[in-house]
Write a protein that binds this ligand. Structure first.
Ligand code: FMN
Length: 379
């Protein structure tokens, strides 16, 4: 049986479930057309806003590397290192909606069967800000964008009503999603920040607002390291640094932990997995936890800017894995390991001992109460 890599996600058909995430690989028309030529199933544009932005006076992204024979972690270029993570403090697209509009139209006309998702962002502090979301949404869908991704997750915004500051507030998540849904004729994906106590709470807000899918995660808020010789941050402008985002291999385990929470809480909803994917083995984590698509950023940035070799490996890896396991489509293995993530007390103890989540031992609750929480039989 021929392997079928095509998937249906939020009602859209993708030739394969691999997308370029919103970031430098999707910041221009030429990058996006190159990405479609390479065969990516979809792209999410670099986030589009209404107003121009000005980036910092220095590099916007660098890569932290580990040295196998030592414990050194540094952004300094040196031979024989392995990628640990990307760190960036890049803002949304420095091109405004007017610049994007004709380009979205041209791209969609040239590549009708590949999925073009427009990432958009505005504030949320007033009715006019919510109208800005609607203006962005309408303009992008009118040019043929197949879906919208709401950036509620950028980790370096000063404004308390923008980016990940929206994503940390379930009510704002709901309000913004609902405002976009009022005008959207295409599916609306909501990209959440991992920087919250319980991402399920914000996801619930998004679904209450009408979200068709959740994309998770954006980068993790973080700082570059201090160089022990110069005593300066490895990335800085005039010695100063600010919150930025960590991506790449280092965040894969953390991102799948967030995804496991999400897919467990909402098994019937659609999820696009992001974070640390560079090969099919990584993407498989997201699929087995229940994701219908996977997005890639850091690995693509390091591979000819749009990841042609990364994509080749993802496609070949998926086909080989499906053949090995006798699966004919993603539906045969999506979510297969979702229910293997359980509360700690469900993990077997040696010698039949029962762990009651600390309840009895601490004297806070009777065994019966603990059993009610963990689903164990009280003894
Ligand atoms: C330089 C850079 C710029 C980014 N810009 C955006 C953006 O404009 N909008 C957005 O939603 N995410 C943005 N991201 C986050 C990525 O889309 C992605 O969520 C994150 O990097 C995790 O994926 P990765 O581990 O594959 O890099 C950016 C990431 C990087 C490294």
């Amino acid at each position: 049986m021929a392997t079928n890599l095509a998937v249906s996600f939020t009602g859209l058909r993708f030739e394969n479930p691999f997308l370029l995430a919103s970031a430098p690989p999707t910041e221009s028309e030429s990058n996006i057309t190159r990405a479609f030529d390479a065969g990516w199933g979809g792209v999410v544009t670099k986030t589009i806003g209404l107003h121009p932005v000005a980036n910092v006076a220095g590099p916007k992204t660098k890569f932290l590397r580990a040295t196998p024979e030592s414990t050194q972690l540094s952004m300094k270029k040196r031979p024989g290192t392995a990628l640990h993570s990307s760190w960036n403090w890049e803002l949304i697209s420095d091109k405004t909606l007017d610049w994007w509009v004709p380009r979205l139209g041209r791209i969609k006309k040239a590549y009708p069967s590949q999925v073009l998702v427009a990432s958009i962002m505005a504030g949320s502090g007033s009715d006019s800000e919510l109208k800005a979301w609607q203006t962005l949404a309408k303009a992008c869908q009118d040019e043929g964008a197949d879906a919208l991704e709401l950036n509620l997750s950028c980790p370096h915004m000063d404004r308390p009503d923008m980016g990940s500051n929206i994503g940390k507030d379930p009510e704002l998540v709901s309000v913004v999603t609902q405002a976009v849904k009022e005008v959207a004729r295409v599916p609306v994906w909501v990209k959440l920040t991992p920087s919250t106590t319980d991402i399920v709470v914000e996801a619930r807000g998004a679904f209450l607002g009408g979200a068709d899918a959740i994309s998770s995660t954006n980068t993790f808020p973080s700082l570059p390291l201090i160089d022990p010789e110069t005593l300066e941050f490895e990335m800085n402008v005039d010695g100063l640094v600010s919150s930025g985002g960590l991506g790449g291999p280092a965040i894969l385990p953390q991102s799948i932990a967030k995804m496991a929470q999400l897919t467990h809480a909402f098994p019937d909803h659609a999820f696009s997995g992001i974070g640390g994917v560079a090969e099919f083995g990584h993407a498989l984590n997201y699929f087995l936890l229940g994701c219908g698509t996977v997005q890639v950023c850091t690995a693509a940035m390091l591979d000819h800017a749009i990841g042609p070799n990364v994509l080749k490996q993802l496609l070949a890896g998926m086909a080989a894995c499906m053949e090995r396991n006798g699966w004919s489509s993603l539906d045969d293995f999506r979510g297969l390991r979702r229910d293997r993530v359980v509360v700690h007390s469900k993990i077997r103890r040696p010698d039949g001992e029962i762990y009651r989540g600390g309840y009895d031992a601490e004297g806070y609750a009777a065994a019966e109460a603990a059993a009610a929480i963990t689903g164990e039989t009280a003894r």
